[in-house]
Design a protein around this ligand. Structure first.
Ligand SMILES: N[C@@H](CCC[C@H](N)C(=O)O)C(=O)O
Length: 277
């Protein structure tokens, strides 16, 4: 079958067009496709299926034509993927499955409807406003790092690094420890440190992430939204725009009274034919 490879700030995906939902995608197949040595390689798979043809999309089929069926590279599902949604929209536009509009383009996801708009070369998606709901901690290399649990449709734990701990020195080759009672389905863990002021935004953070189901990635869009929401809370603000630099590039997050916009590059790099077993 045909595939396209794309990425958003280095968070990379294998895009599988399956408009009628005919493909029998399994965890093993997804893990094989995402294998960086034996497969195409990617942090996840984006299956492009008509909302009306997917059991989890059909409730939104009156509003959105397309459902983003997102899978992590280990073959697990996630409710939401912010960079994935931006790359998904880039694919819809490039393949002619959707036409550019002056307004917004709705996309159905497991976490509900998101809306996308073009911003020059970037694609922005509007997701739910992150919900900060508890204090917790991550354990990494013998350090216990206090953090904040955040729901962005998927679960996050945002940990600001204490003075003396360098973001670049973190060993993210292994999963950080977390409280499984608070995160029974697992969690994406973000580590942050302040960056220099950036003109036109209310704050600047540097972030690395260990993603549930995909290990360390170069970027995580929902993670950027989570860290922006925590930064705004720490600045005693409800809304604002935060620049988030990840190893793969720069994302801009704007938290409004009732939603959250994630903006950044979304690029398609290759197309090919996948030989399915
Ligand atoms: N990289 C994504 C998040 C993908 C899902 C995540 N690994 C999870 O399991 O929740 C993003 O850009 O948001």
């Amino acid at each position: 079958m045909e595939f396209t490879k794309g990425h958003g700030t280095g968070n990379d995906f294998v895009i599988l067009p399956d408009p009628d939902g005919a493909l029998d995608l399994t965890p093993g197949l997804v893990a094989g496709i995402c294998d960086r040595r034996r497969g195409v390689g990617g942090d996840g798979v984006l299956r492009v299926v008509r909302a009306a043809k997917h059991p989890e999309g059909v409730v939104l089929a009156d509003t959105a034509e397309w459902f983003m069926d997102y899978w992590n590279s280990d073959g697990s599902f996630a409710e939401m993927c912010g960079n994935g949604a931006r790359v998904f929209v880039r694919y819809l536009l490039a393949s002619g499955l959707a036409t550019p509009t002056a307004g917004t383009l709705p996309v159905a996801t497991r976490a509900g409807l998101v809306r996308a708009r073009l911003e020059g070369d970037a694609i922005a998606v509007e997701m739910r406003r992150p919900r900060l709901y508890d204090a917790s901690s991550a354990v990494l290399g013998g350090l216990t790092l206090p953090g904040t649990a955040v729901d962005v449709g998927n679960p996050h734990l945002v940990c600001a690094l204490p003075a003396g701990v360098d973001l670049a020195d973190l060993d993210l080759t292994r999963a950080p420890g977390f409280d499984p009672r608070l995160f029974p389905q697992g969690v994406n863990v973000e580590f942050t440190t302040p960056g220099d002021p950036v003109d036109g935004t209310d704050g600047h953070l540097l972030m690395r992430v260990y993603e549930r189901g995909s290990a360390e990635t170069l970027s995580c869009g929902t993670g950027a939204c989570a860290v922006a929401a925590v930064a705004l809370r720490d600045a005693a603000r409800d809304t604002g725009t935060i620049t988030v630099d990840v190893p793969g590039g720069r994302l801009t997050v704007t938290v409004t009274d009732d939603s959250c916009w994630l903006s950044g590059p979304a690029v398609l790099v290759a197309t090919g034919t996948l030989t399915l077993p």
